[in-house]
Ligand binder design. Structure first.
Ligand SMILES: [Zn+2]
Length: 414
């Protein structure tokens, strides 16, 4: 908890390329040095996108302006200096966009307003079902001549907080600015558009992509005594979005992963296999750190038997996501009884984490800590992702769950 307090409150946001990200790397290295001896930084070039001035937005109905809360999506270009004003066309998906075509879209701002599906109990599935509007919304709309896009924030909560996140362009399609609008105001805008198709929307953002910058993954090993070449990786990502402190995403995952190695030291458990902590850089807007790590691991022929990521929030743990070989999955599931007293019972969701994913093709069995997801998207990528939203007990239980699983994998292999 003191670790996450420091990372959140003293360092704060850690978007790739920022001063905060550099401080996060240094802090992680220095803290890990206190209980580990084998550490190093791995160089990686990362994108450097900056938000610039706070965004402005309003809509106009019958000459009356109403201000709304937006934020630029990560990677977006700026609007013209004086901002961008146009009529709005609401769509729920790319098919609807296509059926409207150039005739209805040209010169307009496209408003993507498909909510996350609240009937999906597993919120990551709901997120997966909505997030293509954010990632690909601008490039799809630009094909039909749109001048900008406004995307409903990726959260089930209805409030005034816009949620950022990565978006991408395609070099063959003109680049248009993209922002997220809060869900409350997305609902209001949608209701207005039903009454009056002439609603105009204005937004101004001054974000910019600067040249790539040198950054680092942090790697620290607790060497195995019997099979030092077999690596069990635990990790999270050091970078965060810039709107808050990245306490849940992914400060929690970083400190839980560090805690796994710290617990082994504290309890004087000598692992048979090498337990490796990796603090990945640039998960949010490029995944360059994870790709670099996997590339080097391949060159060095590192043998990762398992890679576990915590990047789903610091909430009460429910189990683990898993992906990979069925026999290994079943072996882990055969230990489920041992985890039951701790209320860990979810072993059937397929998945792991963005940062460990590239190691799958090198034979690593992939896992991800699976905390209760119900409150994660309330804070995810928004100004609400702060230390006050962390519950100490829940965070600690997550770290303990990871440590217990690493202990089992170390003891019995995979
Ligand atoms: Zn994350």
């Amino acid at each position: 908890m003191p670790w996450l307090d420091y990372l959140s409150n003293k360092i704060g946001s850690r978007l790739s390329g920022s001063e905060g990200a550099d401080k996060g790397v240094q802090w992680c290295l220095e803290e890990s040095k206190k209980f580990l001896t084998m550490l190093f930084l791995q160089e990686v070039m990362v994108p450097h996108w900056v938000r610039g001035e706070k965004e402005k937005a309003y809509y106009v109905v019958n000459g009356k302006k109403t201000e709304v809360n937006i934020c630029a999506l990560g990677g977006s270009i700026a609007t013209p200096l004086s901002g961008l004003m146009a009529n709005v066309v609401e769509v729920k998906n790319f098919d609807e966009l296509k059926s409207l075509g150039t005739e209805k879209i040209k010169g307009k701002i496209v408003f993507y307003n498909r909510p996350m599906d609240v009937t999906r109990i597993h919120c990551f599935e709901a997120y997966g079902g909505a997030v293509n509007q954010r990632g690909g919304g601008a490039l799809h709309a630009a094909k039909y001549g749109a001048v900008g896009v406004v995307v409903r924030s990726m959260t089930q909560e209805i409030d005034k907080y816009p949620h950022t996140g990565a978006m991408r362009y395609d070099d063959s399609i003109p680049r248009i600015p993209a922002c997220a609008i809060s869900t409350l105001e997305a609902n209001e805008l949608s209701a207005l558009l039903k009454k009056d198709a002439n609603v105009q929307f204005y937004f101004k953002q001054s974000c910019n992509t600067l040249p790539d910058k040198l950054s680092h993954n942090v790697i620290a090993d607790l060497k195995g005594s019997e099979f030092p070449d077999e690596i069990i990786l635990v990790g999270g990502h050091l970078d965060s979005w810039d709107l808050a402190q990245g306490a849940h995403d992914d400060g929690a995952g970083i400190v839980q992963s560090m805690e796994v190695l710290s617990l082994f030291r504290e309890l004087n458990i000598k692992p048979k296999r090498t337990i490796r902590f990796v603090g990945f850089m640039n998960e949010e807007n490029g995944v360059r750190g994870a790709n670099k790590y996997a590339e080097v691991a391949k060159e060095k022929k590192d043998k990762h038997i398992a890679a576990i990521e915590s990047d789903a929030g610091g909430f009460v743990p429910r189990g683990f996501f898993m992906e990979g070989d069925e026999t290994k999955r079943n072996k882990i599931k055969s230990w489920a009884k041992l985890f039951e007293p701790y209320n860990l019972h979810s072993w059937d969701h397929v998945g792991s984490g963005t940062d460990v994913h590239p190691l799958g093709e090198q034979g690593a069995f992939l896992l991800g800590l699976s905390p209760d997801p119900q409150r994660y998207f309330d804070v995810h990528h928004s100004a609400l992702d702060v230390f006050e939203m962390i519950n100490r007990r829940e965070l600690q239980l997550g770290a303990a769950s990871m440590a217990a699983l690493v202990y089992m994998i170390d003891k019995y292999g995979l």
